[in-house]
Design a protein around this ligand. Structure first.
Ligand code: AMP
Ligand code: MG
Length: 412
């Protein structure tokens, strides 16, 4: 039992991050519609069928170095150079005893040869070549099928295509692939105080930053987006927009109005229109969160504070989108342990997603909180390149303590 409730933020009715994620992922079913796209359009899409290699890669034994191709069994003596092999221009005749062929990287190994000696270890005098060091069979030879053999799975279904995957497909001569159609996501922000950018602010108004943020995060995930605008805290208008969203999309995301304030209508409307859980989350930021279904569409009601919107999107919506896109996963971000460069403040009770910055240190990378940590302070979020994830039970930590870190940016 906690010694004293004053020093903890724990709410026994609140849902933990792990519990919520489990429910969300279990209810998020992958879409199955496929489309054919060219390789050039494949980046960020998800393979709808596994791809078997139609050929051996490499297709021929070839040289890994610029040097001389020869028969290792002929011993360490000098060889007579009888010709050249270039990439794309094989040497046609057979290498016989005591002979060698000048060969470039990627050129087909001539018949008879079974090793390549790099040119740095070769000394040429006229047509004769002497070699330094051992001559071992198989040296510097790339074997057929070494990368992939014909018929083997090159990429499994569910591969989220990054540049290296496109490289593999290109190396197989494949120019068209079956991918899942993009997930269609409709979204809108709610709040009487919101004004779209480009308009002057009236008294008490703020600019709607959540909608552009959602658009950008959804674009990064390759979703097809339907922006339904900025809707006032008016139940009829919200109902109408939810109805449009439900018909337009596989997933509906709203921000704001998800708590129990007098202008918060999302909960009441969703209870009538769909099947939705309203969770008080045991996390910071991002306390209220709604998840469920609106007709066939999955529904997320995210809190309105801009940092809470982003944190809940990264922790819950992103994994659900990745799973629904048909991706094999992992759907959640990997977590690394790094030492803190400075101390951090925290009360036990809630999982804290502090905005952090990675810092190169003398003994490797460290992490420090980035800017102010309140849920309405966007500049801290903009300075951050990672989340520092502090478990619910953790209190304040001193510099040097190891903490969990999630990187915000994908590498490629
Ligand atoms: P709510 O979740 O509607 O109670 O809003 C919580 C806080 O977030 C309030 O200060 C709102 O003004 C602010 N907020 C809500 N929606 C947005 C938005 N789209 N852009 C920027 N701030 C917002
Ligand atoms: Mg509001």
């Amino acid at each position: 039992m906690a010694a004293c409730c004053e020093h903890t933020e724990h709410d026994p009715k609140a849902k933990s991050v792990a519990e919520a994620l489990e429910v969300i992922l279990a209810a998020s079913q992958p879409i199955s519609d496929q489309v054919m796209v060219s390789l050039e359009q494949g980046l960020g899409r998800v393979l709808a069928t596994s791809v078997a290699s139609p050929i051996d890669v490499p297709a021929w034994p070839n040289s890994a170095m610029d040097g001389y191709a020869l028969r290792a069994g002929d011993g360490s003596g000098p060889r007579e150079c009888i010709g050249s092999a270039f990439a794309g221009h094989p040497y046609e005749a057979r290498v016989q005893e005591g002979q060698c062929v000048r060969i470039m990287t990627g050129a087909v190994l001539p018949q008879g040869a079974d090793a390549v000696i790099p040119q740095e270890l070769a000394y040429r005098e006229g047509s004769m070549v002497r070699f330094h060091g051992d001559i071992l069979p198989g040296a510097n030879v790339r074997l057929p099928g070494e990368d992939l053999s014909q018929g083997n799975t090159a990429l499994p279904e569910g591969t989220l295509l990054r540049p290296a995957h496109l490289a593999v497909l290109a190396s197989l001569g494949i120019s068209e692939i079956a991918v899942f159609r993009p997930l269609r996501v409709a979204f809108f922000s709610t709040g009487d105080e919101l004004q779209p950018s480009g308009q002057p602010l009236g008294p008490g108004q703020i600019y709607d930053s959540n909608r552009p943020t959602l658009l950008a995060m959804l674009q990064r995930l390759g979703a097809e987006t339907v922006d339904l605008g900025c809707i006032p805290d008016n139940p009829d208008q919200i109902r109408e927009t939810l109805e449009t969203a439900r018909q337009a999309a596989d997933m509906v995301i709203t921000t704001g109005g998800v708590s129990v304030g007098e202008a918060d209508h999302i909960a009441g409307l969703l209870e009538q229109m769909g099947s939705v859980h309203f969770w008080k989350m045991n996390m910071k930021p991002g306390r209220p969160l709604a998840f469920g279904h609106l007709g066939q569409a999955s529904f997320f009601g995210l809190p309105g504070n801009p940092v809470s919107t982003m944190v809940t999107f990264y922790q819950f919506v992103r994994p659900a989108i990745l799973k629904r896109m048909g991706s094999l996963g992992p759907w959640t971000s990997p977590v690394f342990r790094l030492p803190l460069a400075t101390s951090v403040r925290k009360k036990p009770g809630r999982t804290d997603f502090q905005r952090g910055r990675l810092l190169p240190g003398e003994n490797g990378w460290m992490v420090a909180p980035a800017g102010a940590q309140s849920s309405h302070i966007l500049t801290g979020m903009a300075q951050a390149d990672c989340f520092i994830v502090l478990p619910a039970e953790s209190g304040a930590l001193t510099a040097g303590s190891l903490v969990d870190v999630q990187i915000l940016e994908g590498m490629v």
